[in-house]
Ligand binder design. Structure first.
Ligand code: G3P
Ligand code: CA
Length: 269
């Protein structure tokens, strides 16, 4: 009897640990579908992702579109610079063919189209790739959407833009993407102390870094002061398990199904 109770309690603890870790589909289910497109986001939802991560840039005529790079060279059938093109010019390009014939005809989505594709209860991590000019159009699109504040996180490498978001929309969750480097002496740059200063100064809610730079000490220190910790981009189950054990708040992955299945299985073993 005691054994059964102990087993049930351990299982409960393991499941609740996993439930706390969001699985975020990086640019959608981008290993199997064209990144930052509606088919990649639809596949992510089918695969059980808790959230999608998507990159956004401004077009010449003031639309916010979903794309990672500053130009379309890698993902479309013609090379255009996003900031120098209109939405209608970009909409003529094919953003599916680079991933396979089955995706032929896929168009670049606007932020409004991406928002409309998010199911109730699921989340979006919006990465701002262009400059501060994105803030107002982005906030307008959020206001006009039917998304609830708890479904939205705004992320980016430029902390000043995140502060600008907070000034205009304090209820919106922000997370700072930060690349951690080591100097010649092996000291981390920026230091943990300076990270904490930036988080405070820019009223940031979450800290996010690459899986090969983030460690348990950073996670514990930041979480202790009330800052969430997120990690990108993990496609390997060994790394995913390690970060779940470290109580990471989310894992961003190109393979949401694989990571979800393995973590769920692991929590049963
Ligand atoms: O979620 C963070 C991650 O997406 C940042 O890197 O280059 O894939 O946008 P990148
Ligand atoms: Ca991104």
């Amino acid at each position: 009897m005691i054994k059964v109770l102990l087993f049930s309690f351990t299982l409960f603890l393991q499941l609740s640990l996993l439930a706390d870790t969001l699985i975020i589909a990086h640019r959608g289910a981008s290993k199997q579908a064209p990144e930052n497109t509606l088919p990649a986001f639809e596949l992510a939802w089918k695969q059980g992702a808790d959230a999608i991560e998507a990159d956004f840039r401004m077009t010449k005529d003031g639309h916010v579109v979903c794309i990672h790079d500053a130009n379309t060279k890698k993902t479309a059938d013609k090379n255009l610079i996003i900031a120098k093109s209109t939405l209608s010019e970009l909409k003529k390009l094919d953003f599916g063919l680079f991933k396979g014939k089955q995706f032929k005809g896929t168009r670049i989505p606007t932020i409004e189209e991406v928002f409309a594709s998010i199911p109730k209860g699921k989340k979006i991590f919006i990465e701002i790739k262009s400059g501060p000019e994105t803030v107002q159009p982005l906030l307008k699109a959020i206001k006009q959407s039917s998304l609830q504040p708890e479904q939205i996180a705004i992320i980016g490498f430029k902390e000043k833009i995140l502060l600008d978001i907070k000034k205009h929309a304090p209820h919106i969750y922000t997370s700072w993407l930060c690349s951690l480097k080591k100097d010649k002496r092996g000291k981390m740059k920026p230091s943990l102390e300076s990270i904490m200063k930036t988080i405070k100064a820019c009223q940031i809610d979450g800290f996010s870094s690459s899986y090969n730079q983030l460690n348990q000490e950073i996670i514990q220190t930041l979480q202790k002061q009330g800052t969430d910790c997120h990690v990108w981009t993990i496609n390997d189950t060994r790394h995913a398990k390690k970060f779940v054990a470290w109580k990471i708040n989310s894992i961003t992955t190109d393979l949401p199904e694989k990571i979800k299945v393995v973590l769920a299985q692991d929590s049963k073993d």
